[in-house]
Ligand binder design. Structure first.
Ligand SMILES: [Ca+2]
Ligand SMILES: [Ca+2]
Length: 140
């Protein structure tokens, strides 16, 4: 058991992850993570994607830190970087307008961990990520 992540956070590599019990719209999920000195998860590798998928129980969708709200179809992580690794479900992102209003500009994980673009005002679970804190042993 690695206890260098806070209670209720799970460790993978050098990161800690929080899988919410809360459901929020994208912006409030983003603020929730920031309030915990973290950010909505950035999924950068297949290994990270597979680990996250394994942690997801049930069929709830989870926000990730990916949006094209600045420019349509230009998906960026919340730190401004463009995704290299991607795991979109076939046919997504589709910017579906639901027959009215704006399209879908905020990404999340659906069942089986594949990515879908949702309307940012949808209410979903979410995953926060932060660096694992380095525990320094005192040499004094
Ligand atoms: Ca979009
Ligand atoms: Ca979609």
């Amino acid at each position: 058991e690695d206890n260098s992540c806070p209670p209720h956070w799970k460790n993978f590599t050098d990161k800690c992850y929080y899988f919410s019990v809360e459901k929020e719209i994208f912006e409030d999920a983003k603020l929730f993570c920031e309030d915990k000195s973290s950010h909505l998860v950035f999924i950068n590798t297949r290994e990270e994607q597979q680990w996250i998928k394994k942690q997801m129980v049930g069929r709830e969708s989870h926000w990730i830190g990916l949006t094209d709200s600045e420019r349509e179809n230009e998906w960026k992580w919340l730190d401004g970087t463009s995704p290299d690794y991607k795991n979109w479900k076939a046919g997504q992102p589709d910017n579906w307008g639901h027959g009215h209003g704006p399209g879908e500009d905020c990404a999340g994980l659906i069942y089986a961990g594949q990515w879908n673009d949702f309307q940012c005002e949808d209410v979903n679970n979410f995953i926060c990520e932060k660096d694992r804190e380095t525990v320094l042993s005192s040499a004094l």
